[in-house]
Design a protein around this ligand. Sequence first.
Ligand SMILES: C=CC1=C(C)c2cc3[nH]c(cc4nc(cc5[nH]c(cc1n2)c(C)c5CCC(=O)O)C(CCC(=O)O)=C4C)c(C)c3C=C
Ligand SMILES: [Fe+2]
Ligand SMILES: [Fe+2]
Length: 325
Amino acid sequence: MMHGIGVLLINLGTPDSAEPKAVRKYLAEFLSDRRVVEIPQIAWQPLLRGVILRTRPRKSAEAYSKVWTEDGSPLRAITKRKAAALRARLGDEIMILDAMRYGQPSIADGLGEMLAHDCDRILLAPLYPQYCAATTATANDKAFEILSGMRWQPAIRTLPPYYDDPAYIGALKANIERQLAALDFEPEKLLLSFHGMPERTRKLGDPYYDHCQTTARLLAAKLSLPVDVTFQSRFGRAKWLEPATDETIEAYPRKGVKRIAVAAPGFSADCLETLEELGIRGRESFLSSGGEKFALLECLNDSPEGMGLLETLIRRELAGWHEGA
Ligand SMILES: C=CC1=C(C)c2cc3[nH]c(cc4nc(cc5[nH]c(cc1n2)c(C)c5CCC(=O)O)C(CCC(=O)O)=C4C)c(C)c3C=C
Ligand SMILES: [Fe+2]
Ligand SMILES: [Fe+2]
């Protein structure tokens, strides 16, 4: 082999433990990212330090503790499993590592390990199907920030968003249909819930909202049950993308929809936002408002469909770098 090739799978990040102290550290890093909160720092930092970091860590820690596993944070454990499964598919000539934009394992450590193993060509793969500056761009920014200190940089490629890729839509369809077939009831509706962002970010030109709508439209055309699209995880008082997942779920029974399945196609791995917000709080709110049957479907994770997709995407981006790709 003439060139060392590295693939860095990057996901959002997660605290090191479900303790308030670890959650506070994570939130401080996450919410100080100017790509995530687009309020001038002079106005934002006092609010963050004064109010948010005094109250939210305890609340979020409680939520994290409900979904924490033996392998730690679901997001981190699943992303790690994805890397291992991709290694098995691509072979050990290529160095495949997982990293988190916030927290551990860090992008700096991942890149450091690749450079120590003479990788001179590195594919950065932020695992977000829909582009958002608050997720995709900040992951790449972090990697380039680290490279900015190097005299001799590796060559870099970045994985493009894949929100309309037939391989992605096909993987979602297969994964969702497999799970629907295994339910003990027939849902009247499939809710597709995407993570939200401020409406202002959309007005400023971020394509995320349109990417989500395109994914949903292409997927819905391949499924046989009616689909709704909503946005979850609203944070703060500003207007976020609508309609809101929580309000939609609560209103269904009143409108005669009593059996639903919920999927979160924008998340490459299950995490706090799917397992706790949808799977626990969403379920409770649906059932207590008169709903009868509720199922949260798993994300692509390291399922056969999810790994088939990831292998397709990564091989495509390695073309010309790796012969056998
Ligand atoms: C404050 C603004 C936030 C924006 C903008 C935002 C965009 C965004 N986030 C994801 C994916 C994930 N977010 C997760 C957790 C999470 N998100 C925010 C805030 C914003 N997200 C917070 C404060 C948190 C932490 C938990 C909490 O206290 O509520 C996660 C899960 C992390 C985990 O550990 O499991 C994911 C994944 C996307 C795709 C996105 C862009 C639209
Ligand atoms: Fe988020
Ligand atoms: Fe090779």
